[in-house]
Ligand binder design. Structure first.
Ligand code: CP
Ligand code: NVA
Length: 307
């Protein structure tokens, strides 16, 4: 039986809520879960899912992860619970944490999650906010580890908007020790506090923020992209489509990266916008392996929070 420790922090709101050692432990566990070499019993444990935004991967991978661990999930649709009618987070969190053992929440502001943690007696997991998507970053770096083994040798170039997905990649990259390059149009650079925190936790962290995608992909081992307009930004779509013109991962760009480079995308994708059809389905794409890995890393995360 693989011995593992509970996470030091009781919530997982940010990619910085684990140490490097804890992150590597999650990857070890995920590998064992993926190869069906480990079973952990979370019988009678209940995960509540509160999603203020749509989701396919995060919702379903959490449901299946919990079921594989022997536990159950409750889908707490805010529209059909009292949350949608304005019941306070304070009251909601106090009540739900009496029923559930852990809550995964997808919402807009990071401060909403922080408010939940103030009143919940059980762990809160960030299932995506406008600031971070740490569960996604777990799957991303686990997928990279499967391909390259040693993070110190990896250059990851993210091409797109410097928001939630990019922010968690920066923080997780700083923890792992990979080089991270963010290529975005002017005005779409990542949050300066995220950059500051990443540099604080890793003084040797190599982080490049640039508006030049061609420069950014030279010698890159991983090309990564995300949608140009995130959930909640539907009204900005027309302008953002113009601003991001040219920031597409296509075969010409892939050819400028390292010849063994792989391609990642958190999905859902707008094929033909941030990434071409050809690249999503390319033999260097690991996008569907990355999506599968959401389930394995979240199984590991739940085990480390609840065991
Ligand atoms: N990548 C991701 O979080 O996908 P969903 O929005 O489908 O959950
Ligand atoms: N940046 C995207 C990620 C979706 C998984 C969004 O927030 O909509």
């Amino acid at each position: 039986m693989f011995k593992f420790s509970k996470l030091t922090r009781s919530n997982y709101l940010s990619s910085l809520d684990t140490t490097k050692e804890e992150l590597l432990q999650i990857f070890k566990l995920a590998k064992l879960f993926k190869s069906n070499s480990l079973s952990i019993d979370l019988k009678n444990k209940v995960l509540g899912l509160i999603f203020d935004k749509s989701s396919t991967r995060t919702r379903v991978s959490f449901q299946v992860a919990m079921s594989r661990l022997g536990g159950t999930t409750i889908d707490l649709n805010p529209l059909t619970s009292q949350i949608g009618r304005g019941e306070t987070i304070k009251d909601t969190a106090r009540v739900l944490s009496k029923y559930c053992d852990v809550l995964a929440i997808r919402t807009f502001n990071q401060s909403t999650l922080e408010e939940y943690t103030k009143w919940s007696s059980k762990p809160i997991i960030n299932a995506l906010t406008d600031l971070e998507h740490p569960c996604q970053a777990l799957a991303d770096f686990f997928t990279i580890q499967e391909e390259f083994t040693n993070f110190d040798d990896v250059v990851l170039t993210f091409i797109g908007d410097g928001n939630n997905v990019a922010n968690s990649i920066i923080l997780c990259g700083a923890l792992c020790g990979a080089e991270i390059r963010i290529a975005c149009p002017p005005g779409y650079e990542p949050d300066s506090l995220i950059i500051e925190r990443a540099k604080e936790i890793n003084h040797n962290f190599s982080l490049v923020i640039t508006n030049d995608i061609n420069d950014a992909v030279i010698n890159a081992n991983v090309l990564y992209t995300d949608v140009w307009s995130s959930m909640g930004e539907e009204n900005l779509k027309e302008n953002k489509d113009k601003d991001f013109e040219g920031f597409t991962i296509d075969s010409e760009l892939l050819n400028k990266a390292d010849k063994t480079a792989i391609v990642l995308h958190c999905l859902p994708a707008y094929r033909g916008k941030e990434i071409t059809d050809e690249i999503i389905d390319h033999d260097r794409s690991r996008i569907f392996q990355q999506a599968e890995n959401r389930m394995h890393v979240q199984q590991a995360l739940l085990a480390c929070l609840l065991q």
